[in-house]
Design a protein around this ligand. Structure first.
Ligand code: MN
Length: 141
């Protein structure tokens, strides 16, 4: 199956994705840099935050097309961050993807029930990480 948005990118690389910014919220330096690098290699602009306070401030200022949200962060947790973003009319409709190392059964369902648009588990898979994020961005427009 060819997903239309991917076909559009394939035929006109850069023209579609370059206009889009992804905010990566992750306090682990290695994971944050890897996520940003993989996104940039696919033509996205990135913003990075290592705390909930920085993430909310960047989200309000830049209105990114998508937010990747770690769950365990030094100041508050990612679920609280999501609630704050959803409570603000400026950021309420931005898709937010949970990015977490939690591996317990039921965690995915628990996070989706909290209102995350999707769930990605760490460690980041360099081959599949960005696939599907473009779909979420398109759906959020
Ligand atoms: Mn963390």
């Amino acid at each position: 199956m060819v997903i239309p948005v991917y076909a559009e990118i394939a035929h006109n690389p850069g023209a579609w994705v370059d206009r889009h910014t992804v905010l990566v919220v992750e306090d682990n330096d290695t994971s944050r840099k890897l996520a940003c690098t993989l996104l940039e290699l696919r033509g996205f602009d990135t913003l990075a935050a290592g705390s909930v306070e920085d993430a909310v401030a960047l989200a309000v200022e830049h209105l990114p097309a998508l937010i990747l949200m770690d769950i365990q962060l030094p100041d508050q947790d990612g679920v609280t961050a999501l609630a704050r973003l959803r409570a603000d009319s400026r950021t309420t409709s931005i898709p937010v993807v949970a990015l977490t190392a939690y591996a317990m059964a039921g965690d995915r369902e628990r996070l989706l029930a909290k209102g995350f648009d999707a769930y990605l588990s760490k460690p980041i898979d360099v081959h599949t990480f960005v696939d599907g994020l473009a779909d979420l961005i398109a759906a959020g427009q």
